[in-house]
Design a binder for this molecule. Structure first.
Ligand SMILES: C[S@@+](CC[C@H](N)C(=O)[O-])C[C@H]1O[C@@H](n2cnc3c(N)ncnc32)[C@H](O)[C@@H]1O
Length: 303
């Protein structure tokens, strides 16, 4: 079997199962099998596959036909121009989340004292947001997740991208590790807190689970392979954000003077998410950001 034969065979197999991009999937899986790039495959169409390569490729194609995501089969996913390791313990980073990155970078660009910015990534998963923001800004980041197995993936990604020195990975619920950090700063400070805080501006990013129970019942087959705790957030999908915003209100005084909250949402949740924030922070300055498809994906609030 040559490379071209293998691609044609896999394209046919995957097409039969109704996948959207069977040839692209076949090319990515074959490039992964041969440890090369898609571009290089095209220059080698007539090369024969070795028996072990053929066997590995057939197996990957069968798994893809069962709707296992390509990113889990290859163990990698590009995000904002960098390659991230992924496995079934972490959500596969989505192109929509690049809107959250752009919004956070816009906020960072407006801050006067860039040396005194702290970024938080709540629900870090693969670490894609934390690593990207650390690399793009050079600012320190605190990255939080409840899943130890996700944090292990995130730490490995930070190492690969030389961002480990900038990111403090913490296991915990929502903002708990952030409050713990500021408590420590306060306790160890001999002076009035405001004058010694190393951070004047907190950019608080969160891509928490936001699917409703109804959406969980109609998931695309590929998405069923992803961790449920990264997807589902109660009957209306806003449970995690509801708790986060309540927690933020309660502890607001303990956090830096300027605080920008950026949350990624499903477009259907935009007015409800804005209401949730306005309920706890009536004078918040808020705006929404649209994603690649032209629908609202991020709510940005100065609280
Ligand atoms: C939608 S995924 C986002 C992953 C990553 N930030 C991204 O954008 O690709 C949500 C993540 O939040 C984590 N998570 C869920 N509930 C949490 C909580 N209460 N506190 C902290 N992390 C939580 C999940 O384990 C999961 O890794």
């Amino acid at each position: 079997m040559t490379i071209l034969d293998a691609l044609r065979w896999a394209n046919n197999q995957l097409k039969k199962t109704g996948l959207d991009s069977p040839m692209l999937d076949a090319e990515v899986l074959l490039a992964h099998t041969l440890q090369t790039t898609r571009a290089k495959l095209f220059a080698r169409f007539n090369d024969p596959l070795k028996p072990h390569e053929q066997e590995k490729f057939l197996l990957l194609t069968e798994r893809r036909a069962q709707r296992e995501p390509v990113a889990y089969l290859t163990g990698r996913k590009p995000f904002y121009g960098r390659d991230f390791t992924v496995n079934p313990f972490v959500l596969i980073p989505r192109p929509e989340t690049e809107t959250l990155i752009e919004a956070a970078l816009d906020v960072f660009a407006t801050t006067d004292d860039k040396e005194r910015v702290l970024i938080a990534d709540i629900g870090t998963g693969s670490g894609a947001v934390a690593v990207t923001l650390a690399k793009e800004t050079g600012a320190p980041v605190i990255a939080v997740d409840t899943s130890e197995r996700a944090l292990a993936v995130a730490r490995a990604n930070a190492q690969v991208h030389n961002a480990a020195d900038l990111i403090d990975f913490q296991s915990g619920d929502l903002l708990d590790p952030l409050f713990a950090l500021f408590n420590t700063l306060r306790r160890t400070s001999p002076k009035p807190v405001s004058s010694v805080y190393p951070f004047k501006h907190l950019i608080l990013c969160a891509n928490l689970p936001y699917l409703s129970t109804a959406q969980m019942e109609t998931l695309l087959a590929d998405v069923t392979y992803e961790p449920k705790e990264a997807l589902h957030a109660g009957s209306d999908g806003l449970e995690a954000y509801f708790r986060l915003i309540r927690q933020l209100k309660k502890g607001r005084a303990e956090l830096p003077r300027r605080l920008t909250l950026l949350i990624e949402i499903d477009p259907s949740q935009s007015s409800r998410a804005v209401q949730l924030i306005a309920h706890e922070f009536p004078s918040a300055d808020m705006e929404t950001k649209k994603g690649l498809q032209g629908a609202v994906r991020v709510v940005c609030a100065e609280v």
